[in-house]
Design a protein around this ligand. Structure first.
Ligand SMILES: [Zn+2]
Length: 279
C-alpha cells in the first residue's frame, strides 16, 4: 500500500565539493563555529558552507532532486500557516553535516546530511532499495521548529524540550500525513537517534536517544488518535498534548514497550487532509 519513492545513493564526499568550484575557498583564518543543534546555524564561518537558492534543490541526481522537491511540497501543504523557505546547505565536509531551522523562516537541509541519511539509514530489509523515510522525518523535525517559531511558544524549561517537541511533530507528521506504522519508522528513528552524531549527541540539548524515541512515538500516537476519533487539533492543542506527555510518556524509560498503532481502514485523501493541523 505504501508507495516507496526510491532514492539513489551517491558518494557524497568529493561530489559535494563540486558545488563550490566557483566559491572562494574557505578562509583558513576564519573561525569555526560550534553549530551543534539544529537551531545554531550562522553564516560567515569556515564551516558555514554555502546556501543554495530557496526552493530549488540540487542533490546532483535528478531523481533525488525530484523526490526532495515533492516532499517539501507535501510538508508545505501539511504544515498549514507555517511558512518555510527550504534551501540545500552545502556543508564544507561531511563532518559538518546537519539540518537547521531558523526563526526568520528558513530550513537548511544539508547536502551531506541528505546522503548521510540515505546511505546510512535507508536500506530496506534484504534489498538495495533506499527509502525516503529518514529524510522525511528530519525535514518534519525542522518544520516542527518552524511551528515553534511561528506560533511563538517560549515555555520551555530547557533546550531539550524544544528538541523533543520537534521530534514529537516529526512522529506526528509520519502518522497523520503518511500513516506509517511504528514498526516501519522505529528502525530509522532509533538508528538516527543512537548514531551519536548529527545534532543528536547532546542529552542536555536534545534529550537522550530514548527520550527522543518516546517523543516521536507520542507524536505518532497522537496522530493515530486523531485519525481514529476524527478530532482536529490546532498547533496550540498539539503543544498542550506534548507538554502533558512530557513528564510521563516522554521523559521516562519505555524500554521496548511500544505498542503498534492501528489506523482506520478506510481513509480517504480528503478525510486525512481535513485533519492537517491549523493555527
Ligand atoms: Zn532540532
Amino acid at each position: 500500500m505504501k508507495k516507496i519513492i526510491v532514492l539513489l545513493a551517491i558518494a557524497a564526499i568529493g561530489l559535494g565539493s563540486c558545488k563550490k568550484d566557483n566559491s572562494p575557498a574557505p578562509d583558513k583564518n576564519a573561525s569555526v563555529k560550534d553549530m551543534a543543534g539544529c537551531l545554531g546555524y550562522a553564516t560567515g564561518y569556515s564551516n558555514s558552507g554555502t546556501i543554495g537558492p530557496a526552493n530549488t534543490f540540487d542533490f546532483k541526481i535528478a531523481q533525488n532532486n525530484q523526490f526532495f522537491a515533492g516532499e517539501v511540497t507535501n510538508q508545505r501543504n501539511f504544515w498549514l500557516g507555517i511558512p518555510a523557505e527550504v534551501h540545500v546547505l552545502y556543508e564544507p565536509t561531511a563532518d559538518y553535516k546537519n539540518a537547521y531551522a531558523s526563526p526568520d523562516g528558513s530550513i537548511l537541509f544539508g547536502y551531506q546530511m541528505f546522503y548521510y541519511l540515505v546511505n546510512s539509514f535507508s536500506k530496506l530489509p534484504n534489498t538495495n532499495t533506499l527509502s525516503p523515510l529518514p529524510v522525511d522525518g528530519v525535514l518534519a523535525h525542522e518544520w516542527g521548529h518552524r511551528v515553534q517559531f511561528t506560533v511563538g511558544w517560549n515555555d520551555y524549561a530547557q533546550p531539550s524540550e524544544r528538541e523533543l517537541e520537534a521530534d514529537f511533530f516529526s512522529g506526528y507528521y509520519m502518522g497523520l500525513a503518511k500513516q506509517w506504522l511504528w514498526g516501519q519508522i522505529k528502525t530509522y528513528y532509533s538508528a538516527i537517534y543512537a548514531s551519536g552524531d548529527y545534532y543528536y549527541n547532546s542529552p542536555q540539548h536534545h534529550g537522550t536517544p530514548q527520550q527522543r524515541l518516546n517523543a516521536a512515538y507520542a507524536g505518532l500516537t497522537t496522530a493515530v488518535y486523531e485519525l481514529n476519533n476524527n478530532v482536529h487539533y490546532t498547533y496550540a492543542q498539539l503543544h498542550a498534548i506534548f507538554r502533558s506527555k512530557l513528564p510521563s510518556e516522554i521523559s521516562v524509560m519505555h524500554g521496548e514497550q511500544f505498542a503498534e498503532v492501528s489506523y482506520p481502514r478506510h481513509l480517504t485523501k480528503e478525510s486525512v487532509q481535513r485533519l492537517f493541523p491549523r493555527i
